[in-house]
Design a protein around this ligand. Structure first.
Ligand code: CTP
Ligand code: MN
Ligand code: MN
Ligand code: MN
Length: 384
C-alpha cells in the first residue's frame, strides 16, 4: 500500500504482494529502462542482478504518480545505487546512455530476437549467439537442430509476437469451454494470467480447467486436446503430464527450493484463431473464432496464438489461480513473503506451515491471503 505523505515522499511496502499495483503505470519511461537492465542481466545469466532491477521497476509501478525528482525516491525500498543512477539519468536527459547502449548492442538484439521464439530460453539463445548466429534465417537453415516446439515457434514467429487482444483471448476461452464441457459436463474454464489482471493484451492466453468433483478432471486434458485438434483449432500442442505427488499422503515435507514450474497436467499449444469471411454473416457472434486452413501466404484470415491449458484438481484450484494470475514479481514476492515472514511454503498447489508442519487448505484466493496475514489484493492490482 502506498500513501502519499505531505512532504512528497511515498511509503511503499517492501514485498510486491503487500502493494497495490494497478495497470496504469505512471512511470513507464523509468520502468522500461530498468526492465531493459533486468533483461540484459538475465541474458547474461546474472539472475540476482536481474531480479534487483525487476524489483526496482516493480516499486515504481506502485507509485500513484510520475516521479519528477530523484529525491522523491529516498523513502522507497528495493532501489539500489545503480537503479537510482539510471533513474536520475532518465529524469534529467529523458534517456539513459547505459540503457541505450544495451538496446543497440548486437548481443542484446540477437538474444531478444531468439528468446522471443516459442520454446527458446536464454541458454539456447546464448549458445546460438556464441555460434555466430544472428538472424531467424540463420536458424531456419538448420531445422534439424531445432526442437518441434522451436520449429513451430519459427514458423509462427510474427503472429506469436503480435500481442493477443482481450477479445481474442475471450473467444479462445469460449472455444476451450465448449470443448471441455463436451468432454466433461460441469467442468469450468477460467481465463488467468495477464488478462485476469486486466491487461488489454498479452503474449498468450492462460486457461485453468477444473471440475468441482475432485478426481473427475483426471484424463480430461487428453480428451479436450483431441476434441480441439479434430476441429482444426490446433497448430501445435504438447502435453506434459501431472508430476505432482500428493505430499499429504506421504511423510515427506515439500521441498523448500521454490521450483518456478508447477506440476499440473498442462498443454503448451498454438491455436489457429480466425474469422472465416462466411462466419461473420452468422449473426451476432462476429467474435466467434473458427479455424481456417493455411492456404497461401497472400491474404489470411487467421492468426496463430499461444495458449497454455492447465488442469487442476478442485482442492488446489485457488492455489493454481493465485499462482497463474501473476505478475511474476508478485508471485515471487508472495512466496518469499510466505517463507521469510510466515515460515510457510507457498506454491501453485499448496500452502505448508513449516513449523506447525500442517497443510493449509483454502477455498478461495482470499483465504490464502488470510492464511498469510496479507491484505487481499485483487487481480487488477497485482501488476507489480
Ligand atoms: N506461470 C507458472 N508456470 C509456468 C508459466 C507461468 O506458474 N510454467 C505463471 C507465472 O508465474 C505467471 C503466470 O503463470 O504469473 C502467467 O505467465 P505468463 O503467461 O508468462 O505471463 P503473463 O503475466 O500472463 O503475461 P503475458 O500477458 O505476457 O502473457
Ligand atoms: Mn500470459
Ligand atoms: Mn502463459
Ligand atoms: Mn511444449
Amino acid at each position: 500500500v502506498s500513501v502519499e505523505k505531505p512532504q512528497d515522499t511515498w511509503l511503499v511496502a517492501a514485498y510486491a504482494c503487500q502493494r497495490r499495483s494497478p495497470l496504469p503505470n505512471n512511470n513507464q519511461l523509468l520502468t522500461d529502462a530498468l526492465e531493459t537492465l533486468a533483461e540484459e542481466a538475465h541474458f547474461c545469466g546474472h539472475e540476482g542482478r536481474s531480479l534487483a532491477f525487476s524489483r526496482a521497476s516493480s516499486v515504481l509501478k506502485a507509485l500513484p504518480r510520475t516521479v519528477r525528482r530523484v529525491q522523491e525516491l529516498d523513502s522507497l525500498p528495493c532501489l539500489g545505487e545503480h537503479s537510482k543512477r539510471v533513474i536520475q539519468e532518465v529524469l534529467e536527459d529523458g534517456t539513459s546512455a547505459e540503457v541505450e547502449t544495451i538496446r543497440q548492442s548486437e548481443k542484446y538484439q540477437a538474444m531478444k530476437l531468439f528468446t522471443k521464439i516459442f520454446g527458446v530460453g536464454v541458454k539456447t539463445a546464448h549458445q546460438w549467439y556464441q555460434e555466430g548466429r544472428r538472424t531467424l534465417d540463420d536458424l531456419r537453415g538448420h531445422p534439424a537442430q531445432l526442437s518441434k516446439e522451436q520449429q513451430a515457434g519459427l514458423i509462427h514467429y510474427e503472429d506469436l509476437n503480435t500481442p493477443v487482444k482481450r477479445a481474442d483471448a475471450e473467444a479462445i476461452g469460449q472455444v476451450v469451454r465448449e470443448a471441455v464441457n463436451k468432454c466433461l459436463p460441469g467442468a469450468s474454464v477460467t481465463l488467468t494470467g495477464g488478462f485476469r489482471r486486466g491487461k488489454p493484451s498479452g503474449h498468450d492466453v492462460d486457461l485453468l480447467i477444473t471440475h468441482p468433483v475432485e478426481g473427475q478432471e483426471a484424463g480430461l486434458l487428453k480428451k479436450v486436446i483431441a476434441c480441439l485438434d479434430q476441429q482444426g483449432f490446433l497448430l501445435y500442442h504438447s502435453i506434459h503430464r501431472n508430476t505432482f505427488e500428493s505430499l499429504e499422503d506421504s511423510d515427506q515435507e515439500p521441498s523448500s527450493h521454490a521450483s518456478s514450474m508447477d506440476q499440473y497436467e498442462r498443454c503448451f499449444s498454438i491455436f489457429c484463431l480466425g474469422d472465416l469471411p462466411g462466419d461473420a454473416q452468422e449473426g451476432a457472434g462476429a467474435e466467434k473464432p473458427s479455424r481456417v486452413r493455411r492456404t497461401s501466404g497472400a491474404s489470411r484470415f487467421w492468426k496463430a496464438v499461444r495458449v497454455d491449458l492447465v488442469v487442476t484438481p478442485y482442492s488446489q484450484f485457488p492455489f493454481a489461480l493465485l499462482g497463474w494470475t501473476g505478475s511474476r514479481i508478485f508471485e515471487r514476492d508472495l512466496r518469499r513473503f510466505a517463507k521469510r515472514e510466515k515460515k510457510m511454503l507457498l506454491n501453485s498447489h499448496t500452502l505448508y506451515h513449516l513449523e506447525q508442519k500442517t497443510w493449509m487448505s483454502a477455498a478461495s484466493e482470499k483465504e490464502i491471503f488470510q492464511h498469510l496475514g496479507l491484505e487481499y489484493i485483487p487481480p487488477e492490482e497485482r501488476n507489480a
